[in-house]
Design a protein around this ligand. Sequence first.
Ligand SMILES: C[S@@+](CC[C@H](N)C(=O)[O-])C[C@H]1O[C@@H](n2cnc3c(N)ncnc32)[C@H](O)[C@@H]1O
Length: 251
Amino acid sequence: MYDQKGENAGRVIKHFTERAESYDKGNWPLDNELLSAHTALIGNVNGKLVLDVACGTGIIGHALSKLGAQVIGIDISTSMLLRASERISALICGNMLDLPFGSGVFDLLVCRQGIHYIDPIPALTEMHRVLAKCGSLLISSIVPYGDEDYDWYKERIRIKKPEQVWIPTTNSLGELLKQVGFSIICIGHHQTTSRLSTTKDRTGHDSRVQDVFLRHHLSAQDKIKELYAMKFDNNDVEYKINWVILMAKAP
Ligand SMILES: C[S@@+](CC[C@H](N)C(=O)[O-])C[C@H]1O[C@@H](n2cnc3c(N)ncnc32)[C@H](O)[C@@H]1O
């Protein structure tokens, strides 16, 4: 299931090759409040050496370099890295399972919405390895709101994002971080607004996937519709997705 170096890595690369050009036009990549929710937890980065893991088009790394950090970005997709080159000058194509750096090098690692494509334990262990003593990791993920929407959310991912190999939750991500030796410094939550029509114009999904996705929202229980603040109009749906943003330290 977690075979990132094999079949899933191929699927991830294919997916982001198709999405790279329009990635930034998505519902949340350039959302300023989401960016601030990340940077607010990090504090002062001036002069720090930062690795943006699964940097995509370089949005998080770029925000940190504007705050004075020296940023290196790494991603498995050359198409995403090509876009990132407009924002970050030091980029490496590579797999987060095998970071091409010595141990204890970085002051800070950031990884926004990248951990769910991969077996989390070896990936987080590798992130821990390259962090300097007392270095920090900021990791974030879209997560279900809680137990009540877990199954509905899981099905939503199965429909929309078959490249995703596991479902992070606030608790599971925290536990995984502790398991590989991090201590949790703080946990933040944030909600962003998405629209199905925005996703539709941006991904390689065919209309059948969009229809199934819309039906999945239309047929959700009322309590789920409320949780996601769903609004339907004309074969479209707007909804709020939930993020967890964790700041952890390598002792
Ligand atoms: C949803 S995008 C997030 C990009 C960026 N972090 C952001 O916040 O906009 C996920 C990124 O993870 C990258 N990725 C997935 N698996 C990876 C792996 N094993 N190693 C490195 N990058 C990976 C993808 O290529 C993609 O660019």
